[in-house]
Design a protein around this ligand. Sequence first.
Ligand code: ADP
Length: 226
Amino acid sequence: MVQFYNVSKVYANGVKALDDISLKIDQGEFLFLMGPSGAGKSTLIKMLTREELPTRGQIFVAARSVVRMKKNEVPKLRRNMGIVFQDFKLLENKTVAENIAFAMEVVGASSRDIRTRVDEVIGMVGLKGKETSLPSQLSGGEQQRVGIARALANRPLLLIADEPTGNLDVDTSHEIMELLYDINRRGTTVVMATHARDLVRAARRRVLTLERGQIASDTPAGEVEA
Ligand code: ADP
């Protein structure tokens, strides 16, 4: 699903954010991305979405070279991805259903497909009955569920979650994790950046830890980090 070959990223100011990263993420995997602030997690995610290009190396997502890809092919790449944010990034003046529908409208889905799919993903994230609520009328956990539903709307192959539980309390975080595992079980590859050590330990999924732009450890699923 994702391959990095000797990827380095040096920003214009000379900071080396990624230093010779090689890595493979299989379809259907769930991968936690950890590491201290400044280690390169966000930069690695920006390589996947092509918000930034690497200075060196090759990156493939769904068998396509992200580096060689032409600008006009980038929207197609991003349609294969759903992104979940720490601060939800919902449109405050739109309802739950409208927030999700919007993600489909921008990629040109038909209104019929939108209606069916919005219902479907609202059911998947457990928000039936909240369709016409505004984000401000929802709890943090509910808002994140909307964020996840929106990310799923276009049936992505890869779900990228950037500290999705960073603004949530412990119990709500667990609920959101269960939802992400459920989505993963249904076949979507998940990459989740997080600082939540306890949560990662309990999960027993693959953990990739970055330090100063390098891979400090890569612990397979089922094992607990040292
Ligand atoms: P993390 O997400 O793990 O906190 P980042 O990928 O955001 O790490 O940052 C890695 C390094 O790259 C840091 O030293 C950061 O200051 C630097 N950096 C990140 N984005 C930029 C940018 N747009 N321009 C210059 N330096 C950047």
